[in-house]
Design a protein around this ligand. Structure first.
Ligand code: ADP
Ligand code: MG
Length: 450
């Protein structure tokens, strides 16, 4: 046998490792691998995707190198070439002789409210949404796997369900499953407990589309994580769609998490950011419309300005307003909304801050000196920031009008009132000014609480 022939060398190594790790594992990981050449002590292997090379490198490389050396190939290193052309990947036989799943997927429910048509698109989620639509249109084709990440309450579960609803809508027989990773772990554990891991595998590995939510829960549950990777691998190689969500960006993850995620990186990764003011307004309008509930525009703007980072909270506010107006039959106004929502809205309004902090943050924002703001110059470039700072002092500090006047370089209290009223009017008229003011407020709070 010529051990310098890549095919022989590889076949020998696989035969040996097969004896050590078992048929299942060996078939799963090594059947799709093709030895290309063995030259200058490097064995080049063609693998279907990066997931394979990572997995082999991590789990088997050390042992393979030892076996190759023991077989007389010398000190051989392994290199991987990724076969990007998915058509070249032979559809891999499922290593588990899988009966058709018992599960009736047509009854697997997606939240009917979580559809694409109910999803408001803005800059914060445009790419995630577009990719989700493309995935739903042709699952398993271009954007596979699809990894969505974003903070809590920003629409990940909504998008996963929208994909499920759309795939099912296009093909009633499609085997689509939505599952949280927590439930995945529980089902896996149950299947082990009941001595039926094959049933579990058959269920998951025969899907056309797996939508797995909140993958962060799976991380560090070693056995389940490994099981998931097998499921993933098996689906991917059969060109079935996998969609994964996480509440953390790859950068925020620990090393273990990053290792898991790196296996998906050759797919498409999209993030959902907190929505900007315009999108928050559009979401509130949409939800109000869906609820058949009329909300005056200024109340919409008020709520959208007050809740910035969580769409679930935004919806919660709307539900409270609705309950209130059904009960009292009183018309909604910004003032009544403020009152109804005072517990739901952040503590931002509550904690008093120092006038000095407001001066500093506003001066910085407008590239002015604090002494300009305290001064008397009347040009708009100074007067507006000064008035805004005074307004903020009125709503954020517990100082009296007189004390505020004093903090602003000895103005009288009428000047403070004038500034307050002028800015109030501007805020009511101009949502973008309002957003800017809110941003300043949160900067001020951030400085204050530092
Ligand atoms: P996540 O899973 O990211 O925590 P969800 O998908 O559960 O967030 O979204 C929270 C709520 O906000 C849901 O009721 C969802 O319908 C709604 N939501 C999120 N994003 C949007 C959007 N872009 N348009 C309409 N509703 C949205
Ligand atoms: Mg969710």
């Amino acid at each position: 046998m010529n051990i310098q022939d890549p095919k022989n060398a590889w076949a020998g190594a696989v035969a040996q490792i097969r004896a050590e790790i078992g048929e299942d594992q060996a078939d799963l990981w090594f059947k799709p691998v093709e030895p290309l050449e063995l030259r200058d002590c490097v064995l080049r292997l063609k693998v279907p995707n990066k997931f394979f090379s990572n997995w082999i490198r991590q789990n088997y490389q050390k042992r393979l190198v030892e076996i190759l050396a023991a077989q007389g190939c010398g000190d051989v290193g392994l290199e991987y070439e990724i076969s990007r052309n998915l058509d070249e990947v032979a559809p891999q036989a499922d290593p588990i002789p899988a009966p058709r799943p018992q599960t009736d997927f047509s009854s697997s429910e997606f939240n009917p409210r979580y559809t694409f048509s109910n999803f408001v698109v803005g800059d914060s989620n445009r790419f995630a949404h577009a990719t989700a639509e493309a995935v739903a249109k042709s699952p398993g084709a271009q954007f596979n796997p699809y990894f969505i990440y974003g903070g809590v309450g920003l629409g990940k579960t909504h998008l996963l369900n929208a994909i499920g609803n759309a795939v099912r809508g296009n093909n009633a027989r499609a085997r689509v499953l939505y599952i949280s990773s927590e439930q995945f772990v529980n089902e896996y554990i149950d299947s082990i407990r009941h001595g039926n891991p094959d049933g579990f595998r058959a269920k998951f590995r025969n899907l056309d589309c797996l939508l797995i939510d909140d993958i962060q829960f799976l991380i560090s549950k070693e056995k389940s994580e490994e099981e998931f990777l097998h499921t993933f691998n098996s689906l991917f190689n059969a060109r079935k769609q996998v969609v994964i969500s996480s509440d953390r960006s790859p950068k925020e993850m620990t090393q273990t998490e990053q290792r898991l995620i790196s296996r998906f990186e050759w797919g498409v990764v999209a993030d959902i950011k907190p929505p900007d003011l315009e999108t928050r307004i559009a979401i509130l309008r949409k939800k109000a419309e869906m609820e058949g509930f009329f909300v005056p525009e200024d109340v919409i703007i008020f709520v959208a300005s007050a809740v910035k980072t969580n769409i679930r909270t935004l919806e919660g506010c709307l539900i409270r307003l609705k309950a209130f107006s059904l009960l009292t039959r009183a018309p909604l106004s910004v003032d009544s909304a403020k009152d109804i929502l005072k517990d739901s809205l952040g503590q931002e309004e509550a904690s008093p801050v120092r006038a000095e902090t407001i001066l500093r943050v506003v001066a910085y924002k407008y590239s002015l000196d604090i002494k300009d703001i305290k001064g008397h110059q009347r040009s708009a470039s100074v007067a507006l920031p000064r008035q805004l700072a005074m307004y903020l002092a009125c709503v954020m500090t517990d100082l009296s009008l007189k004390e505020i006047g004093r903090a602003f370089g000895g103005k009288d209290h009428a000047t403070v009132i004038h500034a307050r009223e002028k800015i109030k009017k501007l805020l009511a008229e101009d949502p973008f000014f309002l957003e800017m003011a809110n941003k300043l407020k949160s900067d001020i709070l951030a400085v204050e609480n530092h």
